[in-house]
Design a protein around this ligand. Structure first.
Ligand code: NAD
Length: 481
């Protein structure tokens, strides 16, 4: 394996935690230690913010072309080591190697796209209503940005924010999840070894509340980009009300999937439903979650997905045959088990899975599961599942399906499957979600905005909107001309 450095990065130095704290990082497929990671806190975060603030003026003043060149070099660094990088991600996150490779490919794509986008940071000239006057709008980098992220995509969640912020001319303090710090440290190494100056990117790992508080309290930190649960997003909103720190919030989801009887190929829809539902063991914020299936095809759909679900190969992500890995930790596995047990106790039918696998006694595994007969009183009907459980709800009235789909506090992604254009238009125009897949299961790409409405968050990552979310708008009036 290449020489990866698994330490915090502060002001260009790879360092341990200020108080020498450590965290025993476990492989979720084996429960074995991957080594001790530095586990810091407030002191590390303040040092990182100070370094980022000091590095900001020079980084801001570099041309977009110079900043882009470093991001492009980092993309090449990753491309040359994609296989080794995928291994370290699989070991800490549990996902199959094939998915880890794709995540590093997403890093390459995000770095490359933002490297180009920053060259198009155009302002505008507004025709003035008074003579002798000109009005300009320009977009300038925000300054220091804190980036706090979840473990489910330990590379992608970071790179989408880091690439946009760095491309815009901001400096960054990254705080990955304590469950997956190595992927972000390797991503930081890619940028450092590609010429990123000291202090422009810093990575701290440790006490989340203390690090979050430092980012909220230090006035030099101008924005926090947060990817994680709605619960923690709300805590950050509370804190930000004291300092008016700008927030970008990418929070939880509870994506409905509405399947109409006029789909071109129900077999294909069922196969893809199974594939995308169990991708990353269901730990995906845009994971298809609540399956509303028209009653004319519900029985066939349930038969197909139940049979396919029983065949999904569960195992260690390092094994080429594995299709779905473990959950990230015992807390998530136990929470998921509780959701299914609650539904079963209240009368839901478990058609596939529904237990831990007997042949995998080690690791946080849970068998892919299909459940139907779900009622409002079951936690499964309203909580974010974030695991390999597929609840199926038959419906007969499309407007009722639409109302049920919208009856959620979340509003991240939604999916419609239909062969009818008018149905597709009606549905995507009325679904209260930030991203809609119409006969499409993967609404995510570097060039299009990603984000949710309602309690799924605010602001956007990636796409032009994601770039501009790391800039401040400045309006300039030129008089006496
Ligand atoms: P989480 O909210 O528990 O943790 C996310 C990050 O916040 C971690 O780095 C954690 O250490 C940190 N954190 C925890 N408490 C904090 C505090 N008090 N102050 C500051 N930071 C704190 O979420 P998780 O369990 O890691 O991730 C799962 C959640 O993330 C799901 O709800 C999922 O939908 C969501 N998610 C959303 C997106 C999106 O783009 N919308 C993407 C991925 C994951």
């Amino acid at each position: 394996m290449a020489d990866f450095i698994f330490r915090q990065l502060i002001n260009g130095e790879w360092v341990d935690a200020a108080d020498c704290g450590t965290w025993d990082l476990l492989n979720p497929a084996t429960e074995e230690s991957l080594g001790l990671m530095p586990y810091g806190g407030g002191a590390d975060a303040y040092a990182a913010i100070a370094a980022a603030a000091a590095a900001f003026p020079a980084w801001r003043d570099r041309s977009a072309y110079e900043r882009a060149a470093i991001l492009l070099k980092a993309a090449e660094w990753i491309a040359a080591r994609q296989d080794e990088l995928a291994v370290l991600t699989t070991e800490e996150a549990g996902k199959p190697l094939r998915e880890a490779r794709l995540e590093w490919l997403a890093a390459i794509n995000n770095l490359t796209w933002m490297a180009e986008e920053c060259k198009r940071n155009y302002g505008r000239l507004i025709p003035a209503r008074l003579p002798g006057r000109r009005i300009m709008v320009i977009h300038q980098p925000l300054g220091v940005v804190g980036v706090i992220t979840a473990w489910n995509f330990p590379v992608y969640n970071n790179v989408r924010a880091w690439a946009a912020a760095l491309a815009a001319g901001c400096t960054v303090v990254g705080k990955p999840s304590e469950y997956t710090p190595r992927s972000s440290m390797a991503l930081a190494q890619a940028l450092v070894e590609s010429g990123l100056p000291a202090g422009v990117l810093n990575v701290v790992n440790g006490d989340a509340a203390a690090i979050g508080e430092a980012m909220l309290k230090d006035p030099r930190c101008r924005k926090i980009s947060f990817t994680g649960s709605t619960r923690v997003g709300k805590l950050l909103m509370d804190g930000a009300s004291e300092t008016v720190t700008r927030l970008g919030l990418e929070l939880g989801g509870n994506a409905p999937v509405i399947i109409f009887p006029d789909v071109k190929d129900l077999k294909d829809v069922a196969e893809k439903a199974v594939f995308y539902k169990y991708r990353n063991c269901g730990q995906v914020c845009i994971s298809p979650q609540r399956f509303y299936v028209h009653s004319r095809v519900a029985e066939e759909f349930l038969d197909r997905v139940s049979t396919l679900t029983e065949k999904v190969r569960l195992g260690n992500g390092m094994d080429d045959a594995t299709e779905t890995g473990p959950l990230i930790n015992a807390i998530q596995r136990d929470r998921l088990e509780g959701l299914v047990a609650d539904a079963a106790a209240r009368g839901a039918a478990v058609l596939a899975g529904g237990s831990r696998p007997a042949d995998l006694p080690k690791g946080y595994f849970y068998r892919p599961t299909v459940v139907t007969g779900i009622t409002d009183t079951m936690r499964l009907s309203s909580e974010e599942i974030f695991g390999p459980v597929m609840p199926v709800y038959p419906f007969s009235d499309p407007d009722e399906a639409l109302a049920l789909a919208n009856a959620s506090e979340y509003g991240l992604a939604a999916y419609i499957h239909t062969g009818d254009m008018a149905t597709a238009f009606h549905m995507y125009e009325h679904l209260e979600y930030g991203m809609i897949g119409v006969n499409d299961w993967y609404p995510s790409t570097p060039e299009a905005p990603f984000g949710g409405v309602k309690q799924s968050g605010m602001g956007r990552e990636v796409g032009p909107e994601g770039f501009y979310d790391y800039t401040e708008v400045k309006t300039v009036y030129l008089g006496g001309l």
